[in-house]
Write a protein that binds this ligand. Structure first.
Ligand code: SAH
Length: 220
C-alpha cells in the first residue's frame, strides 16, 4: 500500500493565506478565488520566492515592491468590479495586482514608468495566458486619456493629494481606489461617483505604498 500523498506545501501556504485574508475582512468570494488562482511565486524575485505566500509586501526590481496580498485583496474588493468593467491600473510593478484584476474584469489597462518592470510583467501575463491586459510604458499620473472613461481605476502608488486627473477619467458612477498622502503612511481612499459628476470619498485604512512619481524613469 502506498503512503498517502503529502500535502503540497504551496497549497497549504495558499490555504493559510486565504484564511488570513478572510479573517481580516477580505470576504468577497470572487476576490478570494482570483487570489487563489494567481500564482504569486511567479511574480516574486528568485531571492524571495520562498516567501511568496506570506502576507507581506516584498522587494522587486527598481526599488519597488510587490504589494501585500491582504492589501491586494482589500483594494480589489473595494473596487466592486463587475464582469463588464474596464479598469485602469496605475503602477503595474510585478503585475501581480494586474493579474488578480484581470480575473474579475473585462479589460485591464495598466501603466508603469519602469520599462524593465513592465516587460517582466508582460512576460508573466503571456505565460499565464491573461489576454485581457493592455499595458503601457508611461507616466500614469496622466491616466490614459485615449481609453477613458473607465468604470474603475486603481492606483498602486501613493498619490500626494486627491488624484484629480484620474478622477476626471472615471465614469460618473465609477469607483477609484488609491493611497493618498505625502508621508511614509498614507490613507487608502475610495472615491465613488454619484452618477451626476460628484464623488463621495471614504478612508478605508492606513497603508504604506511607494510614491507615485512624475514622468517615466530614465534608468531601466
Ligand atoms: N501592484 C504592484 C505594486 C507596484 S509598486 C504589484 O503588485 O507588484 C508601485 C508601482 O508604481 C511601481 O512599480 C512604480 O514604478 C509605479 N509607479 C510609480 N509612479 C508611477 C507613475 N507616475 N506612472 C506609472 N507607474 C508608476
Amino acid at each position: 500500500m502506498s503512503e498517502p500523498a503529502e500535502a503540497d506545501p504551496h497549497e497549504t501556504q495558499l490555504a493559510r493565506l486565504i484564511l488570513a485574508l478572510r479573517s481580516q475582512g477580505v470576504t468577497d468570494p470572487g476576490v478570494l478565488a482570483a487570489i487563489e488562482r494567481t500564482p504569486r511565486d511567479l511574480f516574486t524575485p528568485e531571492l524571495f520566492r520562498e516567501r511568496s505566500w506570506e502576507d507581506s509586501a516584498l522587494p522587486i526590481a527598481c526599488g519597488q515592491t510587490i504589494s501585500q496580498p491582504y492589501i491586494v485583496g482589500l483594494m480589489t474588493q473595494a473596487l466592486t468590479l463587475e464582469p463588464r468593467s474596464r479598469v485602469l491600473e496605475i503602477g503595474t510593478g510585478s503585475g501581480y495586482q494586474t493579474a488578480v484584476l484581470s480575473r474579475l474584469a473585462r479589460l485591464v489597462y495598466t501603466v508603469e514608468r519602469y520599462r524593465t518592470l513592465l516587460q517582466e510583467a508582460e512576460a508573466r501575463f503571456k505565460a499565464l495566458q491573461l489576454a485581457n491586459i493592455i499595458t503601457k510604458f508611461g507616466d500614469g499620473g496622466a491616466g490614459w486619456p485615449e481609453q477613458a472613461p473607465f468604470d474603475r481605476i486603481l492606483v498602486t502608488a501613493a498619490a500626494p493629494s486627491e488624484p484629480k486627473n484620474l478622477l476626471a477619467q472615471l465614469k460618473p458612477s465609477g469607483v477609484l481606489v488609491a493611497p493618498v498622502g505625502k508621508g511614509p503612511v498614507q490613507e487608502l481612499m475610495r472615491y465613488a461617483g454619484d452618477g451626476a459628476g460628484a464623488f463621495r470619498s471614504e478612508v478605508l485604512c492606513e497603508v504604506r505604498f511607494v510614491p507615485l512619481l512624475d514622468g517615466v524613469a530614465r534608468e531601466l
